[in-house]
Write a protein that binds this ligand. Structure first.
Ligand code: GDP
Length: 297
């Protein structure tokens, strides 16, 4: 399960402070030292850990704890609030254009789960919001990627726009938009090309598509299992494309937590969805508070 090590350690740590009728500075010092080590071990970004600990320390030796009738529990509440804030605070909504279709560009490195997530998102939009999506195969470099999206379209019984491997991705995106308008479809999900590594050509192409279709959302799909690499990828994509949100995939695996806890703080972009498995219904809206509760027990 995800975050298992982190959850165990944090729960152990807060257990010690929980029942305390008085919380001394020494108690806070010991607790934050353990929390710091647990976060670093979970592969959370170093600077993120530093700021997080500073916030907790300031609040835990402050008035809200001193004046509380149950100081131990008050400290735990502070840790939970800060952990929630670290993951973005509120859960975020998905855009809906004033004049449909709403255009969503899916971007990310190959293997992160971009195509699968495109299918999952389409499924969610239909199921939860009663929307009609069009899937767009704009990864013209890999015939397998086009096939994969077409297969997903069949499984979901949803339209897919593709134009083979000779077409230009910008044209494909424009044509797909026209088709969606004609057929009164309300979401256009563009599955863009991924590469094994970030490169200039990939970014240029994504920027061109962005400039042409003015997407309402750009979702960056990253693999939670890759820890700080996922955070670095998010930073680069965000610098170039100003993404609107992140989808963290493979949270069903035994990821340590580094990506989930660092991405918002490093990129200032929220994690909007979490991939919880390979199946098409295994995409969840990311709830920072619920995630914090899961970690802290
Ligand atoms: P792309 O190259 O980024 O389009 O990646 P794919 O969509 O082809 O996914 C790569 C692999 O990751 C596939 O085997 C997917 O089934 C798998 N995958 C995607 N999302 C998840 C997830 O949330 N959990 C798990 N366990 N596997 C996932």
């Amino acid at each position: 399960m995800a975050f298992e090590g982190l959850a165990d350690r944090l729960q152990n740590t807060i257990q010690k402070i929980k029942g305390k009728g008085k919380v001394t500075e020494q108690d806070v010092k010991e607790m934050t030292r353990e929390v710091r080590l647990a976060l670093l071990e979970a592969d959370v970004n170093f600077k993120v850990v530093k700021d997080f600990i500073k916030n907790i320390k300031e609040r835990a030796v402050g008035q809200e704890v001193m004046e509380s009738l149950t100081p131990g529990q008050q400290v735990i509440k502070i840790v939970k609030e800060e952990l929630t804030a670290l993951m973005g605070g509120e859960e975020s909504r998905i855009a809906a254009a004033d004049r449909p279709p709403t255009v969503i560009m899916m971007v990310g490195l190959q293997g992160a789960g971009k195509t699968t997530t495109t299918g999952k998102l389409a499924n969610l939009l239909r199921k939860k919001y009663n929307r009609k999506p069009l899937l767009v195969a704009a990864d013209v470099y890999r015939p397998a990627a086009i096939d994969q999206l077409e297969t997903l379209g069949k499984q979901l019984d949803m339209p897919v726009y593709s134009a083979g491997t000779d077409a230009n991705p910008v044209d494909i995106a424009n044509e797909a938009l026209e088709k969606a308008k004609e057929e009164h479809l309300d979401y256009v999900l563009i599955d863009t090309a991924g590469r094994l590594h970030i490169d200039g050509d990939l970014m240029d192409e994504l920027i061109q598509i962005k400039n042409n279709v003015s997407p309402d959302e750009i979702f960056l799909v990253v693999d939670a299992m890759t820890g700080q690499d996922a955070v670095n990828v998010a930073e680069s994509f965000n610098e170039q494309l100003d993404v609107s949100g992140v989808v963290l995939t493979k949270l069903d695996g035994d990821t340590r937590g580094g990506a989930a806890l660092s991405i918002k703080a490093v990129t200032d972009k929220p994690i909007k969805f979490a991939g919880m498995g390979e199946k098409l219904d295994q995409l969840e809206v990311f709830h920072p508070e619920r995630m914090a509760s899961r970690i802290l027990g």
